[in-house]
Design a binder for this molecule. Structure first.
Ligand SMILES: *Cc1c(COP(=O)(O)O)cnc(C)c1O
Length: 428
């Protein structure tokens, strides 16, 4: 494939945008080469500025669960735009999406819409701190909760890829209130809780991790966290920015039958426009301004275009009885096909999968936490990534990312992907 226009565009971008990208995960630092500039996308495919077509396994890093340029979303946005793009006043459609979200997600009474997953998580811990009147939080190594200061401590994917697990600019004062635990290690969390009695406001977790590759919780882990939080009056926050409306219509709370106290959303909930949200029961949510003292606001929060996109997306998901089954079947098919291709060629690998999330790790041992994810062979990943790209398959340019399976993928697309893996496996 030729990337002449992408190369020229990247050169120009680097002059005026730091690193040529508006989010570091889009750069190819971890794999080498030049980022591809997207021109358009439809269904399962993204087309670049050079006219190349790729089967897309990033899908805007999650939102495009139903494929690119999904007609109900596009139509909703186009229609809304004609009526004005922002008012800074409440609109009927905000109540409509809130009602639908509250009906789909277990254990929540109210939901507040914001503009990104970062904002949702940042606001969720402020609310948790305001509610519990405690300062400290526990997060897990390798989990990403957006780029607000409190979370940029061993933050997974982007941050790890760029070798800055703890970002400069985060003050020591902020960092000291974030305690780090090991994913899937309940005893480790217990020790932290015991050592900081009555000081911990919240435990925040990706209930299925997706920012160190895809790592599901081991049996009993989420239930254990729930019990620990109940015993110590700590709020359990599920960051479902990646998993919400994806792994089940009600997210991981529904899938694994564990209740969280606050849930964060992003990605799918906006259908490809900038939307985030956080939600909880009344008892907690009523602490938020203007009802309560915990302040949180946004000029463009609940923006009609973004909400129109999100509402069209949620309605489509809600109405589709077989969606989750189809997504899981496609992901399983891809898993089995890739495993066969890699086995045949004696490649060392581990594949993790749940629902429509899947990740390939070039590691010998099970990948269950950040350390085991980091064991993967990055040289093999680089060769794999570029091999896939050259064969028209676009996966995330980092070994610490999950792949996102979209309903727009056909079995032909999956077969083409498996054939590419088989072809590359011979060279790994
Ligand atoms: C993407 C992501 C975020 C951040 O969302 P942005 O919209 O990029 O700010 C937070 N948490 C998780 C689990 C994510 O995957």
């Amino acid at each position: 494939m030729l990337y002449q226009r992408s190369s020229a565009l990247f050169k120009a971008a680097q002059e005026v945008i730091p690193g040529g990208v508006n989010s570091p995960v889009r750069a190819f630092n971890a794999v080498g080469g030049t980022p591809i500039f997207a021109k358009s996308a439809k269904g399962a495919y993204v087309y670049d500025e050079d006219g190349n077509r790729f089967i897309d396994y990033i899908n805007s890093w999650g939102p495009m669960l139903l494929g690119h340029a999904f007609p109900p979303v596009v139509d909703a946005v186009v229609e809304k735009t004609k009526q004005g793009t922002s008012f800074g006043m409440p609109t009927a459609i905000e109540t409509e999406i809130a009602e639908l979200a509250v009906s789909m997600v277990p254990n929540i009474d109210k939901i507040r819409f914001v503009n990104s997953g970062t904002e949702a998580c940042m606001s969720a811990i402020r609310l948790a701190r305001g509610y519990t009147k405690r300062d400290k939080i526990i997060k897990f190594s390798g989990c990403y909760h957006g780029h607000s200061d409190s979370f940029l401590i061993a933050a997974g994917s982007g941050a790890v890829t760029f070798g800055t697990p703890n970002s400069p600019g985060v003050t020591e004062g902020t960092a000291k209130d974030t305690l780090l635990a090991r994913y899937n290690d309940l005893d480790n969390v217990k020790t932290l809780v015991e050592g900081n009695k009555d000081e911990i406001a919240a435990i925040i977790i990706e209930p299925v991790a997706g920012n160190m590759g895809c790592i599901p919780p081991v049996d009993g882990f989420l239930e254990g966290l729930r019990a620990l939080c109940d015993a110590h009056n700590i709020l359990l926050i599920f960051d479902e920015v990646m998993t919400g409306f994806r792994l089940a219509k009600g997210g991981v709370q529904e899938l694994m039958q564990v209740d969280a106290d606050i849930v964060c959303f992003g990605k799918v909930v906006g259908g490809g426009l900038p939307v985030g949200a956080f939600a909880a029961r009344n008892e907690i949510m009523n602490h938020l301004a203007p009802l309560g003292p915990v302040y949180q606001a946004g000029t463009l929060s609940g923006n009609p275009l973004a909400i129109a996109a999100g509402l069209a997306m949620l309605k489509s998901i809600h109405a589709d009885a077989d969606l989750m089954t189809r997504l899981e079947a496609k992901t399983k098919y891809l898993h089995e096909g890739m495993a066969q291709a890699l086995d045949k060629n004696n490649v060392t690998y581990t594949i993790n999968r749940i629902g429509s999330m899947i990740s390939v790790h070039f590691a010998e041992t099970a990948v269950t936490d950040f350390d085991s994810a980091a064991e993967g062979n990055n040289e093999t990943f680089k060769a794999f990534f570029h091999g896939m790209l050259d064969r028209g398959i676009y996966i995330a340019p980092s070994a610490f990312e999950t792949w996102f399976i979209t309903d727009a993928l056909s079995y032909e697309d999956l077969n083409e992907t498996i054939a590419a893996v088989e072809d590359i496996a011979k060279t790994l």
